[in-house]
Design a binder for this molecule. Structure first.
Ligand code: TMP
Length: 215
């Protein structure tokens, strides 16, 4: 059985969690419930979740961008080796809420950690494991931050980094997607959730058929 790796990326409040839930239901309706794994970064294993707590809570300036990149990569390596690779080897479809593109953008492009250093960390953390498909949920930054602000969460360290930071995140992701159009699908995330889901379901159906995961 072939596995398939889908990552979801986007700014704060872009609706990744909602869309992942809807896609899980769609995959279940297509007989793929047993083969679907939902996970997230930073996190996805007990040790990586412990590192997540260090990263997403506390003051905005708690860590320097290079330190963040190392912590993100440390937690990612645990996730890749203990969860992602075994799940793919077992033929699972992985829906991962963020992956190494987030490090490329948040710590690399926006945090100004040099590109070569970010790519070296990504190689150490992930080896050759890249997503088969990356769904970028793109939306207006103000709307996204307002939505994120309404969530009941203490995980607001990145949200508190300010508007200019998040504008650079958005444009960084769009540039990255433009440079890798085969892997990325950019989805307009400012529409209602069901309309967005239909686009994602159509896209995933075509990709899973092409990869012979779905017949
Ligand atoms: P989340 O709110 O989407 O779960 O993500 C937590 C925060 O961590 C989000 O603001 C983006 C940030 N992040 C990075 O800065 N670099 C990374 O590599 C990852 C995975 C997340």
């Amino acid at each position: 059985m072939t596995g398939y790796f889908i990552s979801f990326e986007g700014g704060e409040g872009s609706g990744k969690t909602t869309q992942i839930k809807k896609l899980v239901a769609w995959l279940a309706a297509h007989g793929l419930a047993e083969r679907t794994l939902v996970t997230r970064e930073p996190g996805g294993t007990p040790s990586a979740e412990a590192v997540r707590d260090l990263l997403v809570k506390g003051a905005a300036d708690r860590w320097l961008p290079a330190t963040e990149a190392m912590l993100m990569s440390a937690s990612r390596h645990e996730h890749v080796e203990h969860v992602l690779r075994p799940a793919l080897a077992d033929g699972n479809i992985i829906l991962c809420d963020r992956y190494n593109d987030s490090t490329r953008i948040y710590q690399g492009v926006v945090g100004r950690v040099p590109h070569d250093a970010i790519e070296a960390l990504n190689r150490l953390a992930c080896g050759d494991l890249e997503p088969d498909l990356t769904i970028l949920l793109d939306m207006d930054v103000t709307t996204g931050l307002q939505r994120a602000d309404h969530r009941d969460t203490t995980e607001n360290r990145f949200e508190s980094k300010g508007m200019a930071f998040h504008q650079r995140v958005r444009s960084g992701f769009l540039d990255l997607a433009a440079g890798a159009p085969t892997r990325f699908a950019v989805i307009d995330a400012e529409r209602d959730a069901d309309t967005i889901h239909k686009d994602i379901a159509n896209l995933v159906e075509a990709r899973l058929k092409a990869a012979q995961v779905l017949t």
